[in-house]
Unconditional design. Structure first.
Length: 357
């Protein structure tokens, strides 16, 4: 019992505490108008923005450091210093936001019709069941073993992608080229060091439940753009949670990615990044906020961190949805932001092919 508490419960509690600074990091991307009405949607978006900012920054520093054969400890220190600075700046910005405190969840819940209240509670029950399943169980396959081996090599030996994931032997060259341009294992090494845990626990037990909640958070934001009424948003969330339980025809469906292996990079792309990008472009089509375009660029970098699939799909979504937004709504002054959102995919694809030869 003591061993379980030390290996799983304590790291989970520490990681949950770390999510508070993540929220304040997200405040750096909010504008004052978004905080005129301080509701649950604003708070949720701010928290997700914080995650995206940290993922994007890790991608920006990890790839050049890996290419330059920098060891893990300097990378961790640079990331930690930047995270602290962003946290302090976010606290300062949050303090100066004009907040109208209108975030009574109880009042909102009882404003729903009796049927929708039941649907909302059912959605929460489904999500809680899925989160507990992640915390108490795990799934392992070959990709997962490779990522965790690379993360463990970084954490224990300090070597970034230069050891064989199969034997642990120091080979001096990059073992897997796609993991250089999408260094998702480095995220687990950083996370494990921060919560004083090993990489397997960090990925399977700690990150997975939080990532699942993050995924449903992005779907709630997406629902807020798709439906004006609370009834529609609640029904949408319940439908997603229910469909995920029964949409497992193959190991590559979005439901399997979300409920079975969300800690894997491509699964986090499918469950978090893609719905968040769609949400951002719908928001851009309605309001054309500069902050949303900046978020699109950062989310594109975050997608590249997670997987090669994130590089390709992130670039494709930005190309199609961004191009449509500019042409359909004639927002020509946003073309530079659109081109910048395509730069991560183009740049990291170029680096990948150079490494691969």
């Amino acid at each position: 019992m003591i061993s379980i508490m030390k290996q799983c419960v304590f790291p989970m509690l520490l990681f949950m505490i770390i999510q508070i600074p993540v929220f304040f990091v997200g405040c750096n991307l909010n504008n004052k108008s978004e905080w005129q009405e301080w509701n649950s949607q604003t708070v949720l978006k701010t928290y997700i923005c914080g995650q995206v900012v940290l993922w994007a920054f890790l991608q920006l520093i990890a790839v050049p450091m890996i290419l330059c054969r920098v060891r893990f400890q300097p990378l961790f220190v640079v990331f930690l210093i930047a995270a602290v600075l962003l946290f302090v700046l976010g606290c300062w910005r949050f303090r100066h936001f004009p907040k109208s405190r209108n975030m009574s969840i109880r009042k909102w819940f009882f404003s729903l019709s009796p049927v929708i209240r039941i649907v909302f509670l059912a959605a929460l029950a489904l999500i809680l069941f899925q989160v507990l399943t992640y915390f108490l169980g795990q799934h392992i396959d070959q990709d997962d073993a490779r990522w965790l081996a690379e993360a463990n090599d970084a954490l224990v030996y300090g070597d970034l992608m230069t050891r064989s994931a199969s034997t642990g032997e120091l080979i001096g060259t990059f073992d897997t080229a796609r993991d250089v341009t999408s260094p998702w294992p480095v995220f687990y090494a950083v996370m494990a060091k921060m919560i004083h845990s090993d990489t397997a626990v960090a990925a399977h037990t700690v990150y997975a439940p939080v990532a699942l909640l993050l995924s449903y958070g992005t779907y709630w934001l997406l629902a807020s753009e798709l439906f004006e009424s609370a009834d529609g948003r609640v029904t949408f969330l319940f439908s997603v949670a229910l469909i995920n339980l029964f949409f497992a025809g193959t190991t590559y469906t979005q439901a399997v990615f979300t409920l079975v292996r969300i800690w894997q990079g491509k699964a986090s792309v499918a469950g978090i990044i893609i719905p968040f990008l769609i949400y951002l472009f719908i928001s851009i089509n309605k309001r054309n906020n500069k902050s949303d375009w900046i978020l699109v660029i950062l989310t594109s970098f975050a997608a590249c961190l997670m997987s090669g699939m994130g590089i390709s799909l992130g670039g494709i979504i930005c190309l199609i949805f961004g191009g449509y937004s500019i042409i359909a709504y004639r927002i020509w002054n946003r073309i530079p932001f659109w081109l910048l959102s395509l730069a991560p995919a183009i740049g990291y694809f170029s680096v990948f092919f150079c490494i691969r030869g």
